[in-house]
Design a binder for this molecule. Structure first.
Ligand SMILES: Nc1ncnc2c1ncn2[C@@H]1O[C@H](COP(=O)(O)OP(=O)(O)OP(=O)(O)O)[C@@H](O)[C@H]1O
Ligand SMILES: [Mg+2]
Length: 421
């Protein structure tokens, strides 16, 4: 056909190969009468390549079959009745290609940025700005943030963007090592240091020499182990258990915790001197409820990352599912979002994931309950403004900026809708 480049595949397996070697945007599945259709293989093929728009081309009697109809309705962009009408087929192909392009453009915005993180909200932009500066320094870093906000991702990004990027990055979960093993795990031991020490063992800190060590959950480090770390931070040297010579190590320390260390210091469960040694450069990763404008992007990114696991007919999110996500508080932050979306992609029985598939409450729809269009619009505006005021801590300037309104319009709406400030 003029204007189109084709590659032919004679089976789903060879189609997989062609897709990997060519940049294919539209796939035409040719079904013939009396040839059994391997739906399971076709569904695997289409689910593995969600960037492609699929069209079934088949004679009328094949198209009439219920299972073919189900496959087209659930998975494909369109169908074409054979024998081929080239003008009509060109139009269908053109639409499918246009849709694939559109999808590609939207996808671009949901890709992880330079620090491997998804999110374009103002608070994430501030975080990226801080990471840029911190990566250029060699001082210790303390990352704080609630569970699931991405502290581990931030730690790895700092190392990868630092001058130490080509050297080792060793992650240690301080909360997961039994108390009696912490010293030998972190600093290593000499042969004969204790029963069972049959040969010298290099500790985690020494093995990160030249690079960075990530001390995750530092707030969970038992009080008596904290002093050992203090010496390493002060003197940049360690001593293996059973060894008597200090060994110089050149390691950058990146620590993270979901515990508020200031409070832990006040409660005397965390050493104040260690806190000051660690708290040189501080990064706070914002909770997802304070950057709800990132939820849409994160959900799309997640959909793409896990698309090979999804139920074949699932094509995206319904509007109400997106609304429900952007109103939810996300106590488990990005980790919770990933889990809910992944589950919905596998379990959903619809073409578009619903709020129920995400196990979230669907936003109330007053219009459906008999309210007038005007009332429904007022309610939607009220919800949106109340929510924006809440996440911007009632700051009018920030709320107006987020909603794309002037301050005076926002004041007018607050009065009109009788909102409390
Ligand atoms: N901005 C983001 N973009 C993409 N993925 C993210 C982002 N933030 C977090 N994640 C992903 O969310 C999950 C949780 O992140 P991570 O393990 O870094 O959180 P954490 O703050 O260390 O949590 P915890 O305190 O429970 O250890 C990971 O799978 C991570 O890759
Ligand atoms: Mg973590």
């Amino acid at each position: 056909m003029p204007g189109w480049q084709w590659t032919i595949a004679t089976s789903p397996a060879s189609a997989h190969q062609q897709i990997h070697t060519h940049n294919i945007q539209v796939g035409v599945i040719h079904l013939e009468p009396e040839v059994p259709v391997a739906f399971d293989q076709l569904e695997t093929l289409t689910a593995s390549h969600p960037q492609i728009e699929w069209i079934v081309a088949a004679p009328p009697d094949v198209l009439d079959a219920a299972d073919v109809g189900r496959f087209i309705a659930g998975t494909c962009f369109d169908y074409h009745t054979l024998p081929a009408d080239l003008d009509r087929l060109a139009v269908t192909l053109g639409h499918a290609w246009g849709r694939a392009q559109m999808r590609e453009r939207c996808r671009g915005t949901a890709r992880p940025g330079q620090f491997g993180m998804v999110g374009g909200s103002a608070s994430m932009q501030r975080l990226y700005g801080n990471l840029e500066k911190i990566s250029n320094s060699d001082a210790p870093v303390l990352i704080q943030g609630e569970s699931g906000t991405g502290k581990e991702l931030v730690a790895r990004a700092i190392h990868r963007h630092s001058a130490r990027a080509q050297q080792p990055y060793i992650a240690v979960n301080c909360g997961a090592i039994p108390v009696n093993l912490i010293q030998s795990e972190l600093f290593g031991y000499e042969k004969g240091a204790f029963t069972g020490a049959n040969q010298r063992k290099i500790g985690l800190i020494e093995s990160a020499n030249g690079g960075s060590v990530f001390l995750d959950e530092i707030g969970d480090l038992p009080f008596e182990s904290q002093v050992m770390l203090l010496r390493f931070l002060q003197e940049h040297c360690i001593e293996r258990v059973g060894g008597h010579t200090p060994i110089d190590v050149d390691v950058r320390v990146i620590a993270a915790t979901h515990v508020n260390l200031e409070l832990a210091v006040a409660a005397r469960s965390f050493r104040e001197d260690l806190f000051y040694r660690l708290n040189v450069l501080r990064v706070t990763v914002p909770p997802l409820r304070e950057r709800l404008d990132d939820v849409d992007l994160l959900a799309d990114w997640c959909f793409e990352v896990f698309s090979s696991e999804k139920n074949a007919h699932v094509q995206g999110f319904s509007l109400r599912a997106k609304q429900a996500m952007s109103r939810y508080g996300w106590p488990g932050n990005v980790r919770e979002l990933i889990n809910r979306v992944r589950r919905a992609m596998v379990m959903s029985e619809h073409r578009l994931i619903s709020a129920e598939d995400l196990l979230l409450d669907a936003p109330a729809c007053d219009a459906a309950n008999g309210a007038s269009l005007g009332q429904a619009r007022d309610q939607a505006e009220r919800d949106l403004i109340e929510h924006a005021l809440l996440i911007n801590k009632q700051n009018i300037t920030e709320t107006a900026r987020q909603l794309g309104l002037s301050r005076s319009t926002l004041y007018r709406l607050i009065n009109k809708l009788e909102l409390k400030q």
